[in-house]
Design a protein around this ligand. Structure first.
Ligand code: T4K
Length: 368
């Protein structure tokens, strides 16, 4: 019998490559606190993304929390609810008030046409999400931010390695957070990084992520512990060497899904752009019950019967979480709500067999 199929399966490098780094850790006894491998990994990330100011942290969530604190924001932050819990939590845990902006049907990213209506004199920033690695409309967001003097911090957890018009996606906004969690297209076990536009923001983020310690006898900020350790950095260094080959494997799987599913009535796919180099992290499909005959939950069940575990990323939307539903946070979320009730993200990872992709597509085609 074939093994159970999950939405993703972490990539692991050949073990001997990781062991080489482990030997170095054993020799140095340097386990954490911005050690040699951390520094090497940081340098490799900067080269890979073609950026000047970057640093790895313990995970994507803490990276986002730290950079929001470093930018010293206050008041309201416009974001989308169609995302993982992390985005809204990072805002709220910084004592900021999220204001939920709706998303575009075409790509599930923040709708630039709806941002300005939500801006008040309390708004200080926009936190858009490159959800599923679909790039936001970075140009229009920049124009709006400039017009209203707002910071832009991208939740780019899903977008590592992507390019827009030949330019690294890390170049947009005042800062971007990338996640290197085990389930991502590139992992450092747990981990993430922050890229900033200016030097002072990366310095403050750096200080904050190590308790706000500024010198041997000085602590200037109320920081936290968000340090990436040497074992994580080692995994990141190994996996970065395999990122291109993995992208090619994912692309093949993604294209098979597109080829097979684009003509299935009632199954909608997002609009992919010619000018974007995608990392193919996710395969979201949207089930329109009226056209398709059965709903998203039924499809989820049909697949689960075959031990294929697709996921409802992202359902429920953040504004419907128990911890937020009575919070009174403002916003317009009509499309986000509908899309979260229709979405199913299908399995994709480098060693997923095309026969399994075909099996999944058969289920979606035949509804059985
Ligand atoms: N912003 C956005 C937009 C995000 O999506 C995320 C994280 C963040 C911020 C925060 O970044 P991090 O702090 O996580 O770096 C998973 C991931 O844990 C999370 O990183 C990710 N987004 C989110 C979309 O997905 P769960 O709770 O769905 O994960 P879990 O444990 O159910 O894993 C999914 C499947 O992956 C499992 O069914 C089996 C497989 N799996 C998972 C792990 C951890 C494995 O085969 N091996 C493993 O080790 O959140």
């Amino acid at each position: 019998m074939r093994e159970d199929i999950f939405v993703t399966r972490p990539y692991l490098p050949p073990m001997e490559e990781y062991v080489e780094y482990l030997n170095r850790i054993w020799d140095s006894r340097n386990l954490t606190n911005m050690g040699t491998l951390w520094q090497e990994f940081n340098k490799s990330l900067m080269d890979f993304m073609d950026v000047e100011y970057c640093m790895p942290l313990s995970n994507g969530h803490m990276a986002l929390e730290m950079v929001l604190q470093a930018l010293d924001l206050s008041g309201e932050v416009i974001t989308t609810p169609f995302t993982f819990a992390s985005t809204t939590h990072a805002i709220v845990r910084n004592n900021l008030t999220p204001v939920f902006c709706d998303i575009r049907e075409s790509d599930c990213t923040i709708d630039p046409d709806k941002i300005e209506d939500l801006i008040t004199d309390k708004t200080t920033a926009i936190v858009p999400v490159h959800v599923y690695g679909m790039p936001c409309d970075v140009k229009r967001i920049e124009e709006i931010a400039n017009r209203h003097n707002l910071k832009v911090i991208y939740d780019a957890a899903h977008a590592f390695g992507e390019k827009i018009n030949g330019k690294s996606i890390a170049h947009f906004g005042d800062a971007s957070m990338f996640s290197f969690h085990a389930t991502k297209c590139f992992n450092s076990i747990e981990g993430g990084c922050i890229v900033t536009k200016d030097k002072s923001s990366i310095i403050t983020t750096y200080l904050l992520h190590n308790f706000g310690i500024t010198g041997k006898e000085s602590v200037d900020y109320i920081g936290a512990n968000a340090k990436m350790n040497e074992f994580q950095a080692a995994m990141g260094l190994c996996n970065l060497k395999h990122i291109d080959e993995n992208r090619i494997l994912r692309k093949k799987i993604f294209e098979r899904y597109m080829e097979r599913l684009s003509s299935v009535e009632g199954i909608r796919l997002l609009d992919y752009r010619e000018d974007v180099i995608y990392n193919y992290s996710y395969v979201p499909v949207f089930v329109d019950e009226a056209e398709y005959g059965i709903d998203r939950n039924d499809v989820h069940e049909l697949l689960a019967k075959r031990h294929i575990y697709a996921r409802k990323y992202f359902y429920p939307i953040a504004s419907k979480f128990n911890c937020y539903k009575d919070s009174g946070f403002r916003g317009n979320v009509e499309i986000a709500e509908r899309m979260s009730e229709q979405v199913l993200t299908l399995p994709i990872y480098p060693d997923l067999q095309l026969e399994v992709v075909d099996e999944i597509c058969d289920v979606l085609e035949k509804k059985e």
